[in-house]
Design a protein around this ligand. Sequence first.
Ligand code: TXA
Ligand code: MG
Length: 312
Amino acid sequence: MYPTAVNDPPDQIAEAAATLKGGGLVILPTETVYGLAADAANARAVAAVYAAKGRPAFNPLIAHVADIATARRIACFDDRAERLAARFWPGPLTLVLPVRDPEAVCDLARAGLDTVAVRVPAHPLAHALLEAFGGPLVAPSANRSGRPSPTTFADACEETAAAAAAALDGGPCRIGLESTVVGLLDEARLLRPGAVTRVEIEAVIGPLSEAEADARRSPGRLTRHYAPNLPLRLNVTEPRVGEVWLGFGHDGAEPFNLSREGDLSEAAANLFAYLRAADRSGASSIAVAPIPDSGLGEAINDRLRRAAGFVG
Ligand code: TXA
Ligand code: MG
């Protein structure tokens, strides 16, 4: 049974905050994807999130906070973190930093690491709930582990509503792709490409080092992390009979053209919803047109390679 949808902010935000205080889980819209939120300090609530997602317990979660002052209380900010936060928060950037308050984001949420991932989301409902709650909330994408992230309220409910005590309906997610994760432990590293591009980050803090050497620190980057049920073929310009084709640009692929205009932001926003729709279409497999690797294309291609099972 689905929890009641929340469309009437003030009361419902207070109710959702109370649910979280009591250790319950809440489906939460953000500008990137829907999250399944829990009190980051409450290990039992965090365990319930892992259970709802079927997520390996070694995969650490992002602590979402209302503002930079709260972020500074839980994580140790250096100059690079200050500059990135000033430029991109609130917004789709997550910083991995040394943990300052290990109680505020419990060991289980950090998967036992001495670091913490933190972000200030831009969605008004997420912000309102974080303010009302008054502390960090973990909020992994609201999908079950290994499935595409939900970008609509209905998809989020289909994935994990059974485990949630409340759900906030914030409409379709504006960005549709998870936040960029940048590690600032020694060298700055791009741990997960996302909505803020490499070029945009490098414009603020200079060149990023390759993430591969640091792979153990981003255990979220597993093979088949974003997989639909059907087999997926990439860089396809000629789909096979019986295959559903996700197009890009003026290649005639209908009805699932990620962006007819060849706009990478539009393609990112459509990506997970189209993968889900393609999965339900009755086709034998999914083919995806080539997507340019520039700008947001790096994150889109990263998700697609994972969904196809190519990245270890
Ligand atoms: O856009 C988003 O970030 C969404 C929305 C709901 O906010 N949330 C999200 O959370 O994608 P999640 O838990 O699905 O992704 C967390 C990512 C994983 O790749 C994880 O490995 C990485 O962040 N991460 C978290 N803590 C980390 C840490 N201490 N060190 C390295 N990577 C970490
Ligand atoms: Mg996820």
